[in-house]
Design a protein around this ligand. Structure first.
Ligand code: GTP
Ligand code: MG
Length: 167
């Protein structure tokens, strides 16, 4: 009898138009579930027979309720920000500050649209977003799967680092 694979989840959030849907579609290996659940993007990555990775962007991220509604199996969060849109930096900072205060998960920030000529330099964004040194800010081009992979790997290392702190 075959066992059901274990599911771990990564939640993606960020201001409107930041690139959440694009990021998820770039790494989805199975048909996108997007259309089946309104306003929710879900990408699935098969790690092996025993492990399935879900990347989810829930609706209404502004309410922050999803922090409490993602109980078991959530590995961490990706906060994605449009590097070409300084008007969205304040909202991004608020999201980050809320996570730092309340969210029980590790997270990384993805500075998206780095292929665009108007993109801010990630080092300057780190200052504007008031990111603590231990939170990674990963340059990102959500249209490129290899770039999204780097964001996800950075999150996995952050998770491992935090786990180590418990030993
Ligand atoms: N140049 C460039 N454009 C991007 C990139 N990622 C996303 N975009 C574009 O940015 C726009 C918004 O991307 P979405 O993925 O729809 O953003 P979203 O966060 O899902 O937006 P909402 O669901 O409306 O909040 C689209 O036109 C994308 O094609 C990127 O890395 N580079
Ligand atoms: Mg979207």
């Amino acid at each position: 009898m075959s066992r059901q694979p274990e599911i771990v989840k990564i939640v993606v959030t960020g201001p409107e138009n930041a690139g959440k849907t694009t990021l998820i579609q770039s790494v989805d290996q199975i048909d996108a579930l997007t259309s089946r659940i309104p306003n929710t993007d879900i990408g699935r990555l098969v790690v092996d027979n025993d492990l399935l990775l879900y990347i989810i962007s829930p609706p209404n991220t502004r309410s922050y309720d999803f922090i409490w509604e993602q109980p078991r199996g959530t590995l961490g969060l990706v906060v994605i920000v449009d590097s070409t849109d300084p008007n969205s930096f304040r909202e991004t900072r608020n999201i980050i500050e809320t996570f730092r205060a309340y969210a029980p998960f590790p997270f990384v920030v993805a500075a998206n649209k780095q292929d665009h000529h108007d993109a801010w330099d990630p080092a300057a964004m780190r200052i504007i977003l008031r990111l603590p040194r231990k939170v990674p800010l990963v340059p990102c081009i959500a249209t490129q799967p290899m770039s999204v992979r780097k964001v996800l790997i950075s999150l996995l290392y952050t998770v491992l680092d935090e786990e180590e702190a418990y030993y």
